[in-house]
Write a protein that binds this ligand. Structure first.
Ligand SMILES: Nc1ncnc2c1ncn2[C@@H]1O[C@H](COP(=O)(O)OP(=O)(O)OP(=O)(O)O)[C@@H](O)[C@H]1O
Ligand SMILES: [Mg+2]
Length: 561
C-alpha cells in the first residue's frame, strides 16, 4: 500500500465543510463560485472511495429545517428537544462510522504490511534458493540458515576472529566453496550435521572455521573440540591446517601421535592445556582405556571420512568410534560428520542419534569429482598391467603420479619392478615406520618423488596439491574406494587424470565403477554398464538429483561390494 492509498483509506467518509471553507474551495476550483448551490458538492469523493453520503444528509437537514419552520404552537420545544437528540444521535452514528472506517483502514494497512513482509521473505527465499541451485547445494532439515557467499560475512554475522580471516586470505582462500557456504553457517548455529561433498571441495575448512569461531579464544577448560580421522597422515594434515588457520590466535591444537602419547601430553593433569585435539580413533581408545584422557569437556566432535569410520568388521573403526562417542559425555556436545561418500547406515545412525539433524549434499551424492578425466583400460592379465605401466612411463607422463595397489605385498612387488625404470619412485604403506611415512609424504609434496606407490592408506582425505595422474594399478574393491582414490587428483577446481587398469577378473565390479565414470560425464563402453548387478554384501550408491526442495529423489546408481 502506498501513502496515497493509506491516506485515502483513512479519509474514507470525511466531509469537506463548504460553508466554512467556501473561499478555499473556490480558490482551488473545487466549486465554481460561492453563489452556486453548494449542496451538489457536499458529497465530493476526495479520495476516490465512491462513498458519498453528502447529498442525502443535506437533504435530510433541509427537510428537518422545513419541518422546524412549519411547526408552531404547543410541543414546539419538546419537538425541538427530540430533534436535537435525534440530530446528536445521527452525529454520533456518523462519528462511529468514521472511526470504524479508520480502524478498517488500519487493519487493511496491517494486512497489506503483512503481505508485503511475506513477499519480501518470499523474494529472499528465492534468492537463497538461487544461490543453492547455482552451487548445487542440497539441504534436508528444518530451519536451515542461509548460505554465506563471502568469508567476511562470517566475521560480521558470526564473529569469526579477524585474525583467522587474515590467515585465510594469506593462504589465498578468498571465496568459500559450496560446502563451506552452507556447512559453516550450520555449525556456527550449533547444528548437528551430516555433510557430503566431492573430494577436494574444501570440507576440512568447512569444519575448521566453525570450530575456531565456536571456541572463541584459548581457555583452560579441557579439550573442547575433537576431530577424528581414519589415518595418521590425514590427522596430521588436519592438524597442520588448524595450526595455520589459528596462527596468532593462540589456540592449543594437538595431535595424538606416537611422540605426544609417549610424553603423555594428554593425560588429565595436562588436558586443560589443549583446546583442539586431532587423532585417529585407535589412539584415542588406547588412552581412554588407560584412563589417561578426559573427553567430557568436548563441545564439538567432528568425524572426518565418516563412512570409513563407521565401517564394521576386523579392519573397521566402528567399535572404537562408539567408545569415543561415549567418552564425549558432555550434554552440550555437538557432532558433525563429513565425507565425500555417504553410506545409508551412517545416515540412519545420524537420523536416530543426532539432534535436529541437517544433511547437506553438494551435487550428486557418492559421485566422482567432475574435474578428473577418467579412463578404464583393459590390460588382459597381471602381466599386462606391468607392460601397461611401463608404457605410460615410456611415453612420458607429467609427475607427480599416485599408483594405487591392493595390498602391502603388491606395493612392494611393484616397487621392485619400477625402481630400475629410471624414475624417482617410492612406496608408502602401513608397515613402514612413522618416520619413513612422514619422509615419503614430504618428499612427494616437494616433488622429489615423481611416482608414489601406495595402498588405501592414502586413498582418503590426503591433499597433495597438483597430482596429475592417479593410476589404479589394481582395481578398487568398491565404487566408493574408486571415488576416493581418484579424488587425490582434480582437487580445489584443478583438473586431473585417472586411469584404471582392469582384467577379466575385475568384471564383477566393472559395472559399478563404469557407472560412476559415466555419471561424471566421461565416456564408457556401453557393454560395461550393461553387465549384471551384484547383489551380495552390497549397499546402494545413491545420488540425490533434486536440490534444496524438501523432496528427495534418489537414483540408485549401482551396488557396491
Ligand atoms: N575456499 C577455498 N578456496 C580455494 N581453495 C580451497 C578453499 N577451501 C579449501 N581449499 C583447498 O582445497 C583443497 C582441498 O581441500 P580439502 O582437503 O579440505 O578437501 P576435502 O573436501 O576434504 O577432500 P577429501 O574428500 O579428499 O577429503 C586444499 O588444498 C585446500 O587448501
Ligand atoms: Mg577431507
Amino acid at each position: 500500500m502506498d501513502a496515497f492509498d493509506l491516506f485515502r483509506k483513512l479519509g474514507a467518509g470525511a466531509k469537506f465543510d463548504f460553508k466554512r471553507f467556501g473561499k478555499d474551495a473556490e480558490r482551488f476550483k473545487v466549486v465554481r463560485s460561492q453563489e452556486k448551490d453548494v449542496t451538489d458538492h457536499y458529497g465530493i469523493d476526495f479520495f476516490g472511495t465512491g462513498v458519498t453520503h453528502g447529498n442525502q444528509e443535506q437533504r435530510e437537514e433541509e427537510e428537518e429545517k422545513h419541518e422546524e419552520e412549519g411547526d408552531a404552537g404547543a410541543g414546539k420545544r419538546k419537538r425541538q428537544d427530540e430533534e436535537k437528540t435525534a440530530k446528536k444521535k445521527k452525529e454520533d452514528t456518523q462519528a462511529e462510522g468514521s472511526i470504524w472506517q479508520k480502524s478498517k483502514g488500519l487493519k487493511e494497512g496491517r494486512d497489506r504490511d503483512k503481505t508485503s513482509m511475506k513477499r519480501l521473505q518470499h523474494l529472499h527465499q528465492e534468492k537463497v534458493n538461487r544461490v543453492r541451485t547455482q552451487h548445487r547445494i542440497n539441504v534436508h532439515g528444518c530451519d536451515v540458515p542461509d548460505p554465506v557467499c563471502t568469508f567476511s560475512e562470517l566475521q560480521s554475522e558470526y564473529g569469526l576472529n579477524p585474525r583467522v580471516l587474515q590467515n585465510l586470505s594469506a593462504a589465498g582462500l578468498t571465496v568459500p566453496t559450496p560446502i563451506q557456504m552452507q556447512a559453516i553457517p550450520l555449525m556456527m548455529h550449533g547444528r548437528e550435521l551430516l555433510a557430503c561433498a566431492p573430494t577436494g571441495s574444501g570440507k576440512t575448512l568447512a569444519f575448521c572455521l566453525p570450530l575456531l569461531t565456536h571456541l572463541k579464544q584459548p581457555a583452560n577448560l579441557g579439550i573442547r573440540a575433537l576431530v577424528i580421522s581414519p589415518t595418521r597422515e590425514l590427522a596430521s594434515q588436519t592438524h597442520r591446517e588448524l595450526v595455520r588457520l589459528s596462527e596468532g590466535v593462540g589456540f592449543r591444537v594437538h595431535i595424538l601421535d606416537k611422540a605426544s602419547m609417549a610424553a603423555r601430553k594428554c593425560v588429565p593433569s595436562s588436558n586443560n592445556k589443549s583446546d583442539i585435539l586431532i587423532s585417529t580413533p585407535n589412539r584415542l581408545v588406547f588412552l581412554l582405556k588407560q584412563d589417561a584422557l578426559d573427553l567430557s569437556s568436548v563441545e564439538w566432535l567432528v568425524v572426518d571420512e565418516s563412512d570409513k569410520l563407521f565401517e564394521d568388521g576386523r579392519s573397521g573403526f566402528r567399535d572404537q568410534l562408539a567408545a569415543v562417542f561415549q567418552a564425549c559425555s558432555s550434554p552440550r556436545v555437538r557432532r558433525a560428520l563429513y565425507s565425500a561418500t555417504c553410506a545409508p547406515d551412517v545416515e540412519q545412525w545420524c537420523r536416530l542419534n543426532l539432534d535436529n539433524l541437517v544433511s547437506v549434499n553438494i551435487g550428486h551424492r557418492n559421485s566422482a569429482v567432475e574435474t578428473v578425466e577418467q579412463k578404464l583400460l583393459f590390460v588382459g592379465t597381471e602381466n599386462g598391467k606391468l607392460l601397461a605401466v611401463r608404457d605410460i612411463i615410456k611415453k612420458g607422463f607429467l609427475p607427480p603420479m599416485l599408483v594405487f595397489v591392493q595390498s602391502i605385498d603388491r606395493a612392494r612387488e611393484l616397487f621392485h619392478e619400477l625402481v630400475y625404470e629410471g624414475i624417482n619412485v617410492d612406496i608408502i604403506h602401513a608397515d613402514r615406520t612413522q618416520q619413513q611415512r612422514d619422509n615419503v609424504i614430504s618428499s612427494f609434496r616437494s616433488g622429489d618423488i615423481w611416482v608414489l606407490i601406495c595402498t588405501a592408506l592414502l586413498a582418503r582425505g590426503i591433499d597433495f596439491k597438483g597430482v596429475n595422474l592417479v593410476l589404479n594399478y589394481d582395481f578398487p574393491t568398491s565404487a566408493v574406494e574408486y571415488i576416493h582414490r581418484i579424488g587425490r587428483t582434480g582437487r580445489a577446481g584443478r583438473t586431473g587424470r585417472a586411469v584404471t587398469f582392469f582384467t577379466e577378473d575385475d568384471k564383477p565390479l566393472l559395472r559399478s565403477i563404469a557407472n560412476v565414470i559415466k555419471q561424471a560425464g566421461c565416456p564408457v563402453p556401453g557393454y560395461m554398464v550393461g553387465f549384471k548387478k551384484i547383489h551380495s554384501n552390497c549397499y546402494p550408491l545413491v545420488g540425490v538429483v533434486t536440490n534444496y526442495s524438501e523432496q528427495k529423489h534418489y537414483i540408485f546408481l549401482d551396488c557396491m561390494v
